[in-house]
Write a protein that binds this ligand. Sequence first.
Ligand code: ACO
Length: 428
Amino acid sequence: MTRTATLEIDGKKYEFPIIEGTENEIAIDIKVLRGVTGGVTTIDPGYKNTSSCESAITFLNGEEGVLRYRGYSIEDLAEKANFLEVAYLLIFGELPSKEQLEKFHSDIKEHSQVDEDVKKILDGFPKAAHPMGVLSSLTSALVAFNPSSVNVDSEDEMYNAIVRILGKFPVLTAWAYRKHAGLPLEYGDNSLGYVDNFLKMMFKKPNDAYVSNKVIVNALDKLLILHADHEQNCSTSTVRIVGSSNAGLFVSLSAGINALWGPLHGGANQAVIEMLEAIKEDGGDTKKYMTKAKDKSDPFRLMGFGHRVYKNFDPRAKIIKKSADEVLADLGVDDPILNIAKGLEKEALEDSYFVDRKLYPNVDFYSGIIYRSLGIPTEMFTPMFALGRLPGWIAHWREMRLRKEPIGRPRQIYIGETHRPFKNIENR
Ligand code: ACO
């Protein structure tokens, strides 16, 4: 039996179907609402109660702390798969066979060259430019060098655009860093794995050979997997909405990078370390900052705490906390910032303000700590997040195109002036 929901407006009743997902989530399907009611819409700032689409990519249950990509638990994937396998899974729906994975990697490697002229664009940026701005600009600029990536209708054309960006994006990310750090630009080595190759492009010194470090490669692989998708978050929704106008993949991703930059989203990992550093500079008094975070007249928030969806715990934070402990022990890192982080975490978990509002450390609280111990500079944390999120953004863009979703175009409730006579400039 089809379930329905009844809406009554001014005594008139309207029925709407209820749709159900494979995990028994239900939604009232209001696609025809405006038509049947003569113009009534719904309003939901921040979309806290709105499902923007049906999607088969990622399932998460914020109350129970569950996160699955294409049905596989994040715990299994983080432990047993590598980042490229997870990218394939997210984008194409199934874990790749050995042959499929090899072909995928080989196609990506074939397109890992970036046109030399892109370096001229990079050259125009000031050295102090934030790498996220550089990365989003260069990702857009890539369209000029790969025009065939724009009008992609067939699966083959989409595949070509996808392997191109997966090949070139790590190069751009590493270049954005090297420009910032004043290092000569570096190309990768196709004999290395995807993540190892990225690390080489980031860190190889001009006068030293690159030596892979398994602990670092594994930690980064895991971090990228944990960040690879998170259903309809701010940046992914941005990618889908930009892509819904049939703008190409690269510019849709560029828009996603900009959305990710904000401190309430991907910028939080940078904001966490900056907050910890500020607390250290101020004498390390964590209690003072706990009080500030709870004071409603103070705009300060405890960065790395709270999540729009997870109101129990963030399952990624659990995995990453363990990984952080392992990496720090393995690399023998002794960092005063970490003691402040541990202090804040303990106090927040015992404080009724945080407990009552279900504010737990999120993935960004720990990812910044790992990035720092791996020697990745603070302003590169959000670009690292972007590199991890790339397969998720691509998967959503591809799904949206294959499902032929309509252009994203919300409505509004206008609250401005009603019609009024024009005033000549002398009378204003
Ligand atoms: N510190 C102090 N108080 C907080 C915090 C925090 N970090 N987060 C939420 N609160 C409080 C709010 O003031 C509010 O209190 P009230 O009910 O007394 O008014 C309550 O908790 C609910 O907060 P909202 O802002 O309504 O929660 P929302 O779901 O809209 O926001 C968000 C979630 C943006 C992540 C928020 O918790 C936050 O700003 N956290 C810090 C930034 C951060 O870590 N962002 C990373 C998110 S993870 C990611 O993007 C990968």
